[in-house]
Design a protein around this ligand. Sequence first.
Ligand SMILES: Nc1nc2c(ncn2[C@@H]2O[C@H](COP(=O)(O)OP(=O)(O)O)[C@@H](O)[C@H]2O)c(=O)[nH]1
Ligand SMILES: [Mg+2]
Length: 220
Amino acid sequence: MKIQIVRDVLEANDQLAGDIRNVAKKEGFTLVNIMSSPGSGKTTFLERLIPELTKKGLRIAVIEGDITTTTDAERIAQMNIPVAQINTEPFGGDCHLGAEVILPALHKFDLSKLDLIFIENVGNLVCPAEFDTGANFNFVVISTTEGEDKPLKYPLMFRVCDTAIINKIDLIRYLDMDISLLEKNIKQINSDIRLVKCSAKTGENLEEAVNLIVSLVNSR
Ligand SMILES: Nc1nc2c(ncn2[C@@H]2O[C@H](COP(=O)(O)OP(=O)(O)O)[C@@H](O)[C@H]2O)c(=O)[nH]1
Ligand SMILES: [Mg+2]
């Protein structure tokens, strides 16, 4: 019985995720879901990326997911782009965003005026990977301070993502970490995943992420 309930929840979510992809196709926007553990640099990455993507002519909005607080949404709103905040605390403090909360958040925007919508998912390497948000592309941000073994410990996250952003490369020189081992572990879980190494803090190699996102939007 319990298993049946879980299956029903996931099936309902998958159906709504399909509806979201239909809305994206009809309205002509691309939806990119960004996931990571807390503190990997999702918001900093968006703060750096969005001005560059705007310069390339993309009209952008962000859906911010957190259990509580609007701090990230406030950081994003400073860039004068549309932001929708989802707090999961009123409905049980969910550790992920499901398609049922993404769909109404999308309708807060004037979708005809947008090319690209980012979701900053709740910081967590487990639950967000289990729920399809309806995104066209899934990114995981993994920072150098998290250790080389996380892809092996949290494989589903790396399996469902098409791109892994290895962030905080500016810190490597201070850390006892082997970045090639981290890359090897990510590829062991998902040999097709794209890897982009950058620093959202210093801006090092962010151009590669910018160009990648522009090409993903243009590919649709
Ligand atoms: N050194 C360094 N710090 C970073 C980098 N990216 C983010 N941070 C810092 O990491 C902390 C968490 O970043 P934040 O963007 O809030 O992470 P989030 O929880 O994934 O959204 C903040 O103190 C950021 O300044 C980076 O590339 N290098
Ligand atoms: Mg954040």
